[in-house]
Design a protein around this ligand. Structure first.
Ligand SMILES: Cc1cc2nc3c(=O)[nH]c(=O)nc-3n(C[C@H](O)[C@H](O)[C@H](O)COP(=O)(O)OP(=O)(O)OC[C@H]3O[C@@H](n4cnc5c(N)ncnc54)[C@H](O)[C@@H]3O)c2cc1C
Length: 387
């Protein structure tokens, strides 16, 4: 039970990568921080657990012991076009983790920096006053000068603070599946992505230490045949379970909850803010980055909510939102125009895959692709049969 008379500088709700990274950064800057979560870590989280290299760099954390597999190779299959591509890099393009262990490691670092972990605490509401925020939770109230909502796509905290439900969420399903040793070997060592099976989406195989994480997602809101799609995918891969199989479904928010990500004394970050990548649907690196931006804005301006909001908006506008806006445009092309996708990949598949590899590595941006007029013109010209 937290001391009811204590007023934290910041209470962060949700100990996923967004919340735990934000709490760590705040504590490092000397702020008094509480980190609340409804579950006691380590806890299962429905996720592929694939960390792109960019996310690893943002984390700046020794992941020894939590890494299940490092994939230096990524493969892309366009099943509806009979095309396949492969990208290989000296750095792991995707580092496979189980989220329970990964998130626990990030939380442990935050606690070592002085963050007070309050678990299990399911947050039910927030009350804002002029000088503070009271967070209502199962274990009693917690009072802080600011509250950071990092409680995922369904964020109860955001809703309690007056934001609407995020409608930009898409369904995804993940199966933790044990397969026969020969099959396990067949899919080891690389991250595999398949387009052309799930409508307006893709499927993936991520190798873990002793099993495969296989999933699929669709950008069609409310699509309710993912389980069937997953079974079709397993058949396509000629995989049968061999031991156990556990399926988990959840949603991925691929659009911001609203134009304003801070209201009064409450800031939104990560999935609570709706900041997953609309192209890859990767959310961990954006969760960490938004956690950093919110922490930096709070550290620089904590005496004034108005100045904090202005600064958080400015940081989001310069470092995060434009890239996700461009990603949204690209995603429309990639998912909603399968014919154009097939033609583009037939002509430029390998360079496009190389570019996605560079985005995973944090060395290129979607904006860079669309801004470079030569790339753009070349692509358009070829598609129109002009060159
Ligand atoms: C099937 C699937 C596969 C995915 N695969 C990948 C992948 O491979 N790579 C990738 O980068 N992204 C992936 N994502 C997206 C990724 O999981 C999210 O973007 C990421 O977890 C966002 O982190 P977060 O910290 O914002 O929120 P979360 O990780 O969702 O953490 C939220 C935390 O808040 C806590 N919480 C929730 N409600 C309350 C409450 N009321 N009170 C207190 N605590 C609460 C939860 O227990 C949780 O610990 C996937 C998503 C899905 C659904």
């Amino acid at each position: 039970m937290a001391d009811p008379s204590r007023i934290y500088d910041v209470a962060v709700v949700g100990a996923g990568p967004a919340g735990a990274s934000c709490a760590y950064r705040l504590a490092q800057a000397g702020l008094d921080v509480a980190l609340l979560d409804q579950k006691v870590p380590p806890r299962y989280k429905t996720c592929g657990g694939g960390l792109v290299w960019r996310a690893r760099q943002l984390l700046e954390l020794d992941l020894n012991g939590t890494i299940e597999h490092e994939c230096h190779v990524a493969e892309l299959f366009l099943l509806d076009a009979g095309l396949e591509f492969r990208v290989e890099h000296a750095k792991p393009l995707v580092t496979m983790t189980m989220r329970a262990e990964l998130d626990h490691r990030i939380v442990e670092r935050a606690c070592a920096a002085g963050v007070e972990l309050l678990v299990p605490r399911r947050v039910r509401g927030v009350e804002q006053s002029e000088a503070s925020v009271q967070i209502e939770s199962d274990g009693g109230p917690v009072v802080a000068r600011y509250c950071v909502a990092a409680d995922g796509a369904g964020s109860r905290t955001a809703r309690a603070a007056g934001w609407p439900e995020n409608e930009n969420v898409i369904p995804a399903i993940e199966s933790e599946i044990r397969v026969a040793p020969a099959d396990f070997k067949r899919f080891s060592g690389r991250a595999r992505f398949d387009f052309g099976l799930t409508p307006s989406g893709y499927a993936w195989v991520f190798p873990k230490r002793d099993h495969l994480s296989i999933g699929c997602l669709s950008r069609l809101r409310g699509w309710n045949a993912l389980r069937e799609d997953l079974d079709t995918y397993l058949n396509h891969l000629d995989l049968v379970e061999h031991g156990s199989r556990e399926d988990h479904g959840f949603v991925i928010p691929i659009g911001p909850r609203s134009d304003e990500l801070m209201r009064g004394r409450v800031l939104l970050i990560g999935d609570a803010a709706g900041l997953a990548d609309p192209v890859t649907c990767e959310g961990i690196s954006w969760a960490i980055l938004s956690g950093h931006l919110a922490a930096d804005a709070l550290v620089a301006n904590r005496r004034s909510p108005e100045a904090t909001r202005f600064d958080y908006d400015r940081r989001l506008d310069s470092e995060l939102l434009p890239e996700l806006r461009t990603a949204r445009r690209l995603a429309r092309w990639l998912y909603e125009r399968p014919r154009l996708r097939r033609v583009a990949f037939r002509h430029f598949g390998q360079p496009l895959c190389n570019l996605f590899g560079q985005v995973f590595l944090g060395r290129a941006s979607y904006r860079g692709l669309l801004r470079r007029p030569r790339n753009y013109l070349k692509l358009t010209g070829r598609l129109l049969g002009l060159s």
